[in-house]
Design a protein. Sequence first.
Lengths: 232, 173, 226
Amino acid sequence: MSAVAVDGVWKFYGDYPALRDIRLEAAPGTCLALIGRNGAGKTTLLRIIAGFSRPGRGHVRIFGGEPRDTATRRQVGFLGHGISVYDELSAIENLTLYGRLYGLADPARAARQWLERAGLARVANGLVREFSRGMRQRLAVARAFLHEPRVLLLDEPFTALDDKAIAVLSGLLREALASGRTVVMSTHQLREALELASHVALLVRGQLAFHGASTPEMAADPGLVYARYGEG
Amino acid sequence: MGEGVLYYIPLGGTAALAAATALIASIGFLRTRDFRFDALASAASETVLAFLAAGIVSGCSVVHSAAGKWWTWDARMTAALICWLLFATCLMLRQAVEEPSRRAAFAAVWTIFACLDVPLVVATAAWWKPGPTLPIDWTWPRFGLLAIMAIAGGLFTAARVRRPEPSHPERAG
Amino acid sequence: MGFLRQAGVVAAKDLRAELRTKEAINSSLAFALVILLMFSFAFDPLADTTREISGGLLWIVFAFAGTLVLNRSFTRELPNDCLDGLIAAPVSGAALFLGKACASFLLVLGVQLVSLPVFGIFYNVPWTRQFPELLLVLVLGTWGLTVVGTISSALTVNIRLRELMLPMLIYPILFPALLGAMQLTAVLVAGNPIGPGDFGWLKMMVGFDAIYTAVSLALVETVLVS
């Protein structure tokens, strides 16, 4: 069974088809990089996979389940453009909250462990509103990984991360892939993505222009995919 | 009141039929996500507003000819005014949401809320102002007029139904 | 995790966040006091005629001040895209709604319980005489206000003219519940118990609360994911 299966998905905004007949799959334990120019539909597709919006046509399955099923959502971690943590709560309060929402057995302990891994243990009781940008981003990463999801959906995760946050995230992603989890990541930053990605999907104006395994030549020359399959 | 035709009865009755249409169309949209239901719900809501407004104006003229003032806070006028506001807010909500799928879903939800409120509003107004109110006359000529108004309402609704979203050729395919 | 426990987690989060910043309750309380003051310019607060309409005045204050709290219900999720975090979590839309409604209910009720003695002093009304029944009416009326306000907050969170749309949406819908609350409050605040003639209003309020709670729970998922 695929970890993520997108079957004939269309998304319309009024008359305009933002996504047209998208068919792709991500096998368990693989990392799929969704690449494409701005406005190609990467975020739209990712948000449909994550269950934030409904497709106009077609469907998405995550390990055979509907994205909106609570059982499915328990297995998915999402990291979007926003950090999805509350400014007026502390780091530990935020992670404990998400731990409770995701049904963890010991939310407080999981929260402390993940703060440790994200390098935020010293500021656990600090309010998020006082954090630097890099600290907020690392907290967001901890939030996404907190419940050990089987599928990670990341929307341009490396954009605007500082070096420390990139290191934390890359390490966590490598570890996740090594332990058999699945990652679907949309990105502009081909270099970082292709270092991790086992598969690539190129979206051009809402359509899938290429979907297949990433090759050493792609990793060596990321622009190759655009040149060969995209619009240059 | 004399021999004056009580227009507000068939006007109000037609508005009620249009409200029921809007309710059914809204439920239909939420179940099927077919934009034709949304177009019908929108047009029916506009019919409610138009016919209820005409009914209120007719009621005002009856009040004026009877009592020399233009408004009375009786059960029927009050209920009609609140119901008009309920549907006016549905249409205001439509204008405030830009994205068509969300607009249709939100309007459907709010129309259901508004339609559920109508019987509560009518009952509340009747308890609040139990005194004399606009007369209701159910003799046969009224039914004839109701039928004519209902047909007029149906035509009005049909005229107000806009081409349903979306019209993109790939959508229809 | 059980539905009620999830709702409890969401409610606790909202309450903790609000009590830490106190943005909504402070502005709501200030607004309530300002309206009470402005009414005293329009009506002589100590006249008998004013005492008759005091139930109505009180619920106008509660309805207006309450929207400041209710608007915050979902708009507090906008910074940092926190709403995404809640929608992605394995929490049903209904549990999310119920948690937020409960938190808003407690906050609005808190504002009302602070405004009530102030009102009693300014308008010289014996509001304590039938306090248990008055509390019942406050609870029923405020739950109706909260449920309709919370679903409207979810609807309006991402649309144009949000602060304007929420009051315009909720007040017509609330007419039955508000009128019932006003009628019963007028009786109780004057120091009289609820009589048999008033039971209809109580039933109306209970019915309104039940209907709109059920419909909101059923439709909130449609509002959050579209």
